[in-house]
Design a protein around this ligand. Sequence first.
Ligand code: PGA
Length: 242
Amino acid sequence: MRLLIAANWKMHGDMSWADKPTKLDAILPADQRTGIDILICPPFPILGAIKKAAAPAKILVGAQDCHAEIKGAHTGDISAEMIASTDSTYVIVGHSERRALGESDSDVKAKAHAALRAGLTPIICVGETLTQREAGQAEGVVKSMIEQSMPDGEGDIVIAYEPVWAIGTGKTAKTKDIAEMHAAIRDQVGPKVRILYGGSVKPQNTEAIFSVPHVNGALIGGAGLEMESLAAIAKFAVNITA
Ligand code: PGA
């Protein structure tokens, strides 16, 4: 399975960042990463500009959220079809920072369905809170989130397991816990779905995380903003698939 190295830029970046894919390609040229996929998910206003630079650099581009409907009176929202019209191919749905604003599993499912309708691959984010983990509920919570958030029918999807308490905190889950969760998710979703780990992934912990069975890549926040660290993480993935 090809590993997917996905950078979620969140609300960072403007047009002056448009050369970042070119910079990444200079650090880790496309012919040195043929076995892996690198994806950048920038904010909406620069999606097109990043896509333009990313295409020759053989880097994939995606968005960070979409609306469930194709079009309509939804001020400030963006449809999956609009994202697809920029030739971007992925969209993150159900990130914990959006779920924290009130997004439910059924909202996430509708968004994932919209992504497939538009020909995009949804990256469906799931993860337990610290309270849920300490109460021994982590696996049950994550499995239920997946069950309720997965779109019906066929289509390429990616699951990102991101413990909420590990996002942006510098804390990563123990490899034993990642192994248990990824094995449980693999049982649930079958052999074809890529399962990413996310939550304070950085070059220093990547090797250990990528050596865990059923970790098929990473969803990276902070360490994906600088091309040096994103490339360093991607290099570990190249070494693993080589
Ligand atoms: P982080 O973010 O790598 O900064 O923890 C991960 C994410 O939110 O996807």
